[in-house]
Each structure stands twice: as C-alpha cells, then as structure tokens.
Design a protein around this ligand. Structure first.
Ligand SMILES: Cc1cc2nc3c(=O)[nH]c(=O)nc-3n(C[C@H](O)[C@H](O)[C@H](O)COP(=O)(O)OP(=O)(O)OC[C@H]3O[C@@H](n4cnc5c(N)ncnc54)[C@H](O)[C@@H]3O)c2cc1C
Length: 466
C-alpha cells in the first residue's frame, strides 16, 4: 500500500495552501484531486486544449489563481500530485481509497487534511428537472472554463454574490441575462459596509460585477424567488414572485419571464461526506450551508489524525479557504514533529487575524443569503426530489406516513440518496422536508449516512482494489 506523511484531499485554494505550508515545514505530502489539474472551484485551470493568449482578459481571479498555483508548483520536490484521482472511501487504519486510471487503490496517511470544497445547493421547484434549468455553478463552469453560454435568454434566480458574478460573466461573454431574482435583501447597509472595511479586494470584485450588471442594464428584482419553470420539453418561461422575510411568496405578485434558461443559485452545501464517513463529529449550521465538522482553532477535527479546511467546513470563499488551509498545513506538519506548535502558531498568526475580519463579513453576508423556510416549500406533490431514483414529494410523504420517518429509514425503504449522486443533490432537501413534516428543527434530523463508495467507480476496479 502507498504511504504518505500528509495526505491532502482537494487541490483547490485550501488544499494548495495547506500543501505549501506543510512543505515549507519539511513534510512529505500527497495531494489527490478528481480534477485534471489544480485550482479547485474558483481557480480552475483551462483544459490543455485551450491556450491563454491574453491573461488580463480573464479577470483578477485568474491572476490570483496563477499566483497560488505557481507557489504550489515550487514545492514539487516534496508534494506528489495525483490528478483525475477520485477519493471514494476513508477506512480504519488511516486508509483512503482512491480511483485513478481504471485502478482502485488505498493510500495510508499519518495526517489527513480534507479540503473537498462545496457544491451548489439544489432547490426543487415545479419544473426544475426540465432541460434548460442549470445550477448557477454549473452554468458558471460552462461560461468560465468552456467559453460556452448555457442558453440564449437567461434568468438567474437565487441569492448571494455568485449571482452578480455569473451575470457579469455571462454579459461579458455577450450572453443575454433577462433578470436577476434575488431572494435576500440588504436590511442594514451600514452593518454590511462596516463589515467590508479592509476587504479591499472583495470590494473591488463586488464593484466590478455591479458595474457590469448596470452597464448591461440587467434588472435586479430584490426579494423575488423562482416559483416554477414551464415549457414543453424544455424551459420556455419562468414564474417569479415577491417573497416575505421567510422567502414565502406573496400571493398576487407573480411575474412571467419568457426565457430558455434558468440558473438556480441558492448558495452552496459543504462537501462533508468525507468527514462524516471518517466518523468526525459534526454540527448543523444552516448559515454555513449545512453539516460541518467540529474543529479546533488548529483546524483539527474530533479525530486526532484528521484536519479539515475551506468550503467543506462551511462555505466562506477562497480567502477563508486559503487562510484555513495554511493553518491546517502548518499544524499537521507540527503534529508530525516537523516544527514546534509555537512556530506553527507564529507562521499562521497573520491568517488567524485575517480570518477574524473575513468571518465578520461572512456572518453579515450569511444573514442576508442563508436559506429561509420558504425555499423548501416550493415543491408541489408531483415535483421530483430525488432525481436519481425519481422520488416525488408525494412519494416521500407517503413513505413517512407508513414508516417512522427517520431519515435513514426513509433512505433504506425508498433508495433516496443511494443513486449516483449519493445524496449530494437530495440529502439536505429531504432533511429539511422531513423536519417540517415532523415539526422538528432541522438539526434534530440526522444526515443521510454516507457509505463508500461516495463517488461512482466501476465494480471491476473495486474487485481488484489494491
Ligand atoms: C459552484 C461554485 C461556484 C463558485 N463561484 C465563485 C465565484 O464566482 N467567485 C468566488 O469568489 N467564489 C466562488 N465560489 C467559492 C470558491 O470557489 C470557494 O470558496 C473556494 O474555491 C473554496 O476553496 P476550497 O479549496 O475549500 O474548495 P474547492 O476550490 O472547491 O476545491 C475542492 C477540491 O476538492 C476536490 N474534490 C472534492 N471531492 C473529491 C473527491 N472525492 N476526490 C478527489 N478530489 C475531490 C475538487 O475536485 C476540488 O478541486 C464558488 C464555489 C462553488 C462551489
């Protein structure tokens, strides 16, 4: 079995920052990522078949990403990178199972740093399975990395800064954005501005996006939510409505937009399946996106050998991810004896200070954009909740009447969460709906227990696992 001192899952901002810091301390590191190269969600690199001729046209994210990737590559002597490598299980005896190049194999670690990122929060509403409905992150990936527009006339419905970023990227790519429906609303501008003071780079990004949105004359409908996507075989129109503070539609405020594409972007869910699988303690924090691992200030989870950093511990953006990654990398290396705790503390002091101000801003933004109850009440009886197993809201309610309604019993009886997505699409929605049906708070309902393989791998590879 392959062995490594520090194993890092994910080569996004958090994973790369952790690797750089651990390498500086003299540790030997292996980084696994299912992508074909480093960068993660925000600094994702282009496929080899693309050539970047004018880097400045790709915006500041590209330049920031290149700067981090270059620092990461400097340490190639002590960092072994394995790309196209999908982690599908974490087992006892510090073993991580991975699938790469048609082979499945295990790697044994001394310390593990999980930086698996986050994914779009899927929101079921009538018509959400029609062709032409995208998640905002999926659409962004098409525009940013493939230079392809998701449709001709596009409506963005969701909440948070990604909406502005996406609208700006689509209009720069000469796409037509019909409108942005923003479910949240800034109630206290003074509080937001105070929280942003000092975060000049973020302020610059926000101004740039807003400027592009204004220049393209894209209307922003505040306190509006998507009610339904309609069309014969694909999206032809979107129905929006004004919402109250709980994001419940106000009757009589419906508006129809003739569009062929809807991008639904109601925030992100941390990829906690690996920390859950590893048996780390978790807590449910709706502000941070859902189930997140409990951590010490050193980014160590409840397991002494496992650290976690970045969006998989609560969605907070690339700056937080990098700061947390550096802390995790330094303290994992210290735990192996590569440097003292005091030295790890000294090297990461600046990250800690930065996190205080970033977390202040994050709390204000979360207050505006964290999902409100109305979001989980959009589905009607016939709306599919589990896309893999085609289970509707009506089916779920019928099962809950027949059985106890424990979420994992629902999973066993209906196969919800057992399809190719392994609960990533339906898990949180089911949890919220089960909680409502039982009249309990969301955190009183357990998560859908993840089981290996958490990602799809061929049976033949599993049979020959080494
Ligand atoms: C869809 C989406 C769009 C976003 N758009 C913006 C934006 O426009 N502007 C902005 O400022 N921020 C954006 N963000 C936020 C920003 O991308 C993140 O905050 C930042 O990338 C977090 O860094 P990270 O290292 O924690 O995670 P990521 O950058 O997500 O990196 C996680 C890495 O883990 C790897 N991974 C996950 N699971 C496995 C597995 N099983 N096996 C192997 N590898 C695995 C992934 O391939 C990925 O490379 C977006 C986030 C998402 C999810």
């Amino acid at each position: 079995m392959k062995q490594t001192d520090i194993l890092i899952i994910g080569a996004g901002p958090a994973g790369m920052a952790a690797a750089i810091e651990a390498a500086r301390a003299g540790a030997t590191i292996t980084v696994l990522d299912e992508n074909t190269n480093s960068g993660g969600q925000i600094f994702r690199q282009f496929h080899d078949s693309f050539q970047v001729l004018q880097a400045k046209n790709l915006g500041p994210d590209y330049a920031r990403g290149q700067s981090l990737i270059n620092k990461f590559n400097v340490h190639s002597n002590s960092i072994t990178c394995m790309y196209d490598a999908q982690v599908w299980g974490i087992f006892e005896d510090r073993e991580v199972a991975c699938f790469q190049g048609q082979e499945s194999f295990s790697i044994r670690f001394k310390k593990l740093i999980i930086t698996a990122g986050a994914y779009d929060r899927p929101v079921p509403f009538p018509g959400w399975t029609l062709p032409g409905v995208f998640t905002a992150g999926g659409a962004q990936r098409l525009v940013k990395n493939q230079r392809v527009l998701p449709g001709k006339k596009i409506l963005l419905a969701g909440t948070g800064p990604l909406q502005l970023a996406l609208a700006s990227q689509i209009s720069k790519a000469r796409g037509q954005v019909a409108a942005i429906a923003e479910a949240g609303n800034v109630e206290n501008w003074a509080k937001l501005i105070r929280a942003m003071v000092g975060q000049w780079e973020l302020i610059g990004d926000a101004c740039r996006y807003l400027f592009n949105v204004q220049k393209s004359r894209i209307p922003i409908l505040r306190r509006h939510i998507i009610l339904e996507a309609r069309g014969d075989g694909r999206v032809e129109e979107a129905i929006l409505a004004e919402v109250d503070r709980q994001w419940r539609p106000k009757p009589g405020t419906e508006k129809t937009f003739k569009v062929d594409t809807i991008c639904s972007g109601y925030g992100f869910i941390p990829s906690a399946e690996m920390t859950l699988l590893a048996g780390c303690a978790h807590t449910y924090d709706p502000q941070l996106g859902g189930w997140i691992p409990v951590r010490t200030p050193e980014m160590r989870t409840s397991r002494i050998d496992i650290y976690a950093a970045g969006d998989c511990t609560g969605v907070a953006g690339s700056k937080v991810a990098m700061a947390e990654g550096r802390i995790a990398g330094a303290f994992a290396a210290a735990a192996l004896g590569c440097l003292s705790d005091t030295e790890a503390e000294r090297r990461t002091r600046e990250c800690r200070q930065n996190l205080v101000s970033l977390n202040r801003l994050r709390a204000v933004l979360d207050g505006i954009s964290a999902p409100k109850p109305g979001l989980y009440e959009l589905a009607d009886a016939q709306t599919i909740l589990c896309r893999c197993m085609e289970i509707t809201l009506q089916d779920l309610k019928a099962f809950m009447r027949e059985y106890s309604g424990d979420i994992n019993e629902v999973k066993r009886m209906t196969s919800i969460g057992m399809g190719p997505c392994q609960g990533r699409i339906c898990g949180q929605v089911i949890q919220e709906i089960v909680a409502r049906e039982k009249g309990l708070p969301s955190d009183a309902i357990r998560f859908l227990s993840p089981r290996p393989p958490i990602k799809n791998i061929p049976l033949a590879a599993l049979a020959n696992h080494s």
